[in-house]
Ligand binder design. Sequence first.
Ligand code: URA
Length: 261
Amino acid sequence: MGDARERLDRLLSRLGYGSRRDIARYVRQGKVEVAGGPARTGAMRVHPAEVRFDGTPLDHPDGLTVVYHKPVGSVCSHREQGRLIYEDFPPRWLRRRPVLASAGRLDKNTSGLLVLSDDGALNHRLTSPRHAVAKVYHARLARPLRGDEAERLASGRMVLAGEDKPCLPAGFRALGACAAEVTVYEGRYHLVRRLFAALGNHVVALQRIAIGGLRLDELDLVPGGWRVVAREWLWQRVNLHTRHHCHDADAADAGPSGAEG
Ligand code: URA
């Protein structure tokens, strides 16, 4: 293992505590402690575990991965207009580097399970069709099912309006006359809504209920609620039903849903 020390001001700044100039001020004000004593300067080299800010250990210095129940009405973006999902998280997280980003997106009118992480490789594994992670949705429909949906979705021949490339085969299960579960293995703009449009129906409500073996109903999150989890725990849960050797592990940092700390 190499030396995991880094400059105090760089560490605090990449974790979103402020600019290097802010950190210099916090050091002068005595807000920052290292190994039980006041920090002398932002240039000192430190281990994250020995630093306290306002008497509190640092906010997830080894990376941040979150499971989140996206509510209807918020937008999966750092920049767009309207209510953004990031407003549900501590403001400091928005200043972190690398950035906390969602693994794929849910559209504004879709609710349900979303993973956010500052680990780009994890986000890629969750979203890349190569890894074939199942995304499971419950859809409420404007019109009754016709009976041919399962076959057409499984065919791998469905082409969405405005596209040439057929969609990957998708899973389908009727949940009622006007309700269905759909499982997709790729991410395309408004994919489930457009699949139903291609099937001659219209989605009136859509919720993502699972990502692989990670199920929203087992996470006990109210809409807008979130929980910090360990990356390894998350990846094991996602793969629970697609691989056979995974053990369950405990969530690393299970705070109350939607609340900091
Ligand atoms: N399909 C959609 O139509 N919307 C989503 O948010 C996700 C999949």
